[in-house]
Design a protein. Structure first.
Length: 429
């Protein structure tokens, strides 16, 4: 613990020198990493997660702690059978790389470059000088079906690889049953590929983590492929390592749910208002900046393209960001979403799933059930600069009725000069 505290203190100083608005993120991360070293707390978390998911997701396996054997420095739990998703992905990558005449590192490099370049520039032609003729033809055949959706391409690829492995293993069995018996060195059969559908698995992973965040209010912030255990099908899903978890109060979850609905509907004014309600602040509170940042943080992965990052840099240069993190635990929710995006990417379906699609029904149900108890504190008031004023921070006196407060606030704004308005909005931001 002392070593981690010292490391994070150093990180705080470095981040403070580079970008003071990010210091709070480092402090939050430090808090959660230190908590991860308390195994008694993790055992309690495991028990809560297990009970939260056991009825809604009966097929999802979560280890149960064996409390009598746990201590602050020792964690003992039940065994979850299967392989980590990371191992399964690396096995598939190895099979695909061999079929293309590449190494796994070359395949990953090519895949990463293509994913980052997609939608921003024409993809470069692949160098085929080092490929076999058969691998070259496979690549050309793949390019003939660019209109297929990602999930169809992945399903076709998985089927072809499975058939190829079966044919290879048949040949190995025939060889070992004939030449092998005559003294030849036996051949090793190909390892069996995972039989799960990457599309179904990606959706299941998004679904269970969205339920943790929106419904249960306690969620893992580190759901990377090494912490996900898979079996032969997408139904055989296991979750491990709950050292890094975060809890969100109901009020924060409802505000986040409202933002997800606004993102799904595509209304930039509502998106910006919802993002500000979560605590995001910039100097001028530009609607365009707040809406774009919310899409990049909490929207679907399709927005994560170079042109949007360039647009963000331009907007933030004109309207400096004062608070990236926002309210309680939302930085951890953003981290979880980014990790899940990466998991979908390595499964080959980077744009199939996201918060505004897989979580939307849960967000709407949450608002419908509890929204009246926690009414939105944000009133969207357009001004000359296409921004809005955060009424949460104003605390107007008078009637508690929202419509009456709105009327009083409009009268208050009308009475202010432009100079007073600029000063007051600067203080609010």
């Amino acid at each position: 613990t002392k070593t981690i505290e010292l490391d994070f203190t150093t990180c705080e100083w470095v981040v403070w020198l580079l970008d003071k608005t990010r210091v709070e993120e480092v402090r939050q991360t430090k808090h959660y990493y230190i908590k991860e070293l308390d195994f008694e707390m993790e055992a309690q978390t495991l028990d809560r997660i297990y009970n939260n998911l056991r009825y809604t997701f009966p097929a999802v396996r979560v280890p149960q702690p064996i409390s009598r054997l746990c201590s602050q420095n020792v964690l003992v739990m039940t065994f979850i059978s299967g392989r980590s998703l990371l191992d399964s992905i690396m096995q598939m990558a190895d099979t695909i790389a061999k079929a293309r005449g590449q190494t796994v590192d070359q395949l990953i490099s090519e895949f990463t470059q293509c994913a980052s370049a997609e939608g921003d520039q024409e993809q470069p032609m692949l160098d085929e000088s080092h490929r076999s003729r058969l691998a070259s033809w496979r690549s050309r055949l793949t390019s003939l079906v660019p209109s297929f959706p990602d999930h169809a391409k992945v399903r076709l690829l998985m089927r072809l690889l499975s058939v190829s492995n079966s044919a290879c293993n048949l040949g190995v069995a025939l060889y070992n049953g004939s030449a092998g018996k005559l003294g030849a060195t036996p051949l090793k059969p190909c390892r069996t590929l995972p039989a799960f559908s990457p599309t179904e698995l990606s959706r299941a992973i998004w679904r269970v983590h969205g339920h943790q965040l929106l419904v249960d209010g306690i969620f893992s912030t580190d759901p990377h492929p090494g912490n996900i255990v898979v079996g032969r099908t997408a139904d055989e899903l296991g979750l491990i390592d709950f050292g890094q978890v975060c809890e969100l109060r109901l009020e924060a979850r409802i505000a986040f749910a409202r933002l997800l609905v606004a993102l799904a509907e595509g209304d930039d004014q509502q998106i910006a208002a919802g993002h500000a309600e979560l605590g995001y602040r910039s100097q001028n509170m530009s609607v365009e900046l707040l809406a774009l940042t919310a899409k990049m943080k909490y929207g679907d992965a399709a927005v994560l393209r170079a042109k949007y990052f360039r647009q963000y840099r331009q907007l933030s240069a004109k309207d400096p960001v004062l608070n990236h993190v926002g309210g309680e635990g939302l930085g951890r929710a953003e981290r979880m979403i980014n990790v899940l995006r990466g998991t979908s990417l390595v499964l080959g379906v980077p744009y199939e799933h996201g918060p505004t699609t897989v979580w939307l029904d849960m967000a709407r149900s949450l608002i419908e059930e509890h929204g009246d108890a926690f009414r939105s504190g944000m009133q969207k008031l357009p001004d000359k600069d296409d921004g809005f004023v955060d009424c949460i921070l104003l605390n107007m006196p008078g009637s508690k009725d929202p419509s009456q407060k709105q009327h009083e606030f409009e009268e208050f704004l009308d009475a202010m000069s432009d100079a007073d308005m600029e000063v007051h909005c600067g203080r609010l931001a």
